[in-house]
Design a protein around this ligand. Structure first.
Ligand code: FES
Length: 359
């Protein structure tokens, strides 16, 4: 294959100078505030206004914290957090924007040049540093365990023990209640209706069309005076309806669903995020936190991601009035795995079944 060469490229390469002249700094344009006293005053007022906004935000945050009361209802918690958060947002953004505006409009606008210099120290300085280290080791006696065994031994012990000062409170702060059995039970009871989250209205089997998904809470949850959020965090359920022909009922669970309607815990078995994304075509439930994917058609087994066991299934039935009700509580603990979980599994499932995933 023949090639044609571009003579001009040769030419320009030959004529290229060996070095380029330093073009120097570009032309310096003064800012408006540098040349116009009115603009300078205006910029100063703007910066002060931004700092004032920050002060206002701080006041809002403190007053909200001191005056707004959380009574356990979601609305009051949400409102209080929003008010405090809004105050903190204003406090931070006011300072940030004010500082940037100040720097850009009012601080000195001189071009500064920092010459580069060699980073490596001179040979003498390097030798001096090494000698200093040697002298330090010699003076402290660390170099000779035999000379000061007491000091070396106590130093090693102190270094090994020091992390405990950080770790001990962390472990203590995990709480004195180590009764993991509390995770094994939820509010669900035999005959309790499945109701819409958050309204609490019961759901008829005829409401659940094929392909639909309902976010569900137990009947009466909204009436709880104490511990409502804790109970909700454990009992939330996803109710779905598949074509019964697509549903591969798991052994021992043939009567846990109704005409393709099936219910699973919404709490991811990885680390407990709400599994809320349903792919109707594939029948997959996706956890948005780390992408664990559960196959609803096959007992919500894990088909992808870090979760290690299927979503627990809530046995359901339909009452005389056509409403969907629970047959019982879950038969296994909901949520992430923990060390004594299998002790609390009460339905006699083998550990393979309760732990089973496609991995
Ligand atoms: S919490 Fe669901 S995948 Fe991690």
């Amino acid at each position: 294959m023949s090639t044609t060469e571009n003579p001009t490229s040769h030419e320009s390469a030959d004529n290229a100078p060996e070095s380029f002249q330093d073009p120097g700094l570009p032309y310096h344009r003064p800012r408006r505030a540098d040349v116009d006293p009115k603009a300078d005053k205006k910029a100063e007022r703007q910066v002060a206004a931004l700092f004032g906004l920050s002060i206002l935000g701080t006041i809002i945050a403190i007053v909200s914290y001191m005056t707004l009361k959380m009574d356990g209802q979601i609305e009051s918690i949400r409102f209080t957090n929003m008010a405090i958060g809004f105050g903190i947002f204003l406090a931070m953004i006011g300072i940030g924007l004010g500082a940037i505006h100040w720097a850009k409009t009012l601080m000195r606008d001189h071009e500064m040049v920092e010459e580069r210099h060699e980073l490596r120290s001179s040979d003498e300085a390097r030798e001096g540093a090494i000698q200093n280290l040697k002298d330090g080791a010699e003076d402290s006696g660390i170099g000779g365990v035999k000379r000061r065994p007491l000091l070396v031994g106590s130093l090693v012990t102190a270094m090994l023990a020091a992390p405990l000062a950080l770790l001990w409170p962390q472990i203590g702060n995990m709480g004195a209640n180590w009764n993991t059995g509390e995770f094994a039970h939820t509010m669900w009871r035999k005959g309790m209706r499945l109701t819409r989250d958050p309204e609490g209205t019961p759901i008829k089997a005829s409401d659940v069309t094929i392909g639909s998904a309902f976010h569900v809470i137990p009947e009466g949850l909204n009436d709880l005076e104490h511990g409502k959020l804790e109970e909700k965090a454990k009992a939330v359920v996803l109710l779905l309806r598949l074509d019964p022909r697509d549903l591969n009922l798991q052994p021992g669970r043939e009567d846990w669903s109704f005409d393709g309607i099936i219910a699973f815990s919404k709490i991811c078995t990885h680390v407990g995020c709400p599994v809320a994304l349903y792919e109707q075509q594939t029948h997959h439930l996706l956890c948005p936190c780390h992408q664990s994917t559960f196959d609803v058609a096959n007992g919500a087994k894990v088909v992808f991601g870090p979760a290690k066991r299927p979503l627990p299934q809530l046995p359901i039935a339909v009452d005389d009035e056509g409403y969907i009700v629970a047959q019982s509580d879950f038969h296994e603990p909901i949520g992430p795995s923990y060390w004594s979980r299998l002790k609390h599994t009460s339905d006699g499932l083998s550990s393979d079944e309760t732990d089973g995933s496609s991995h």
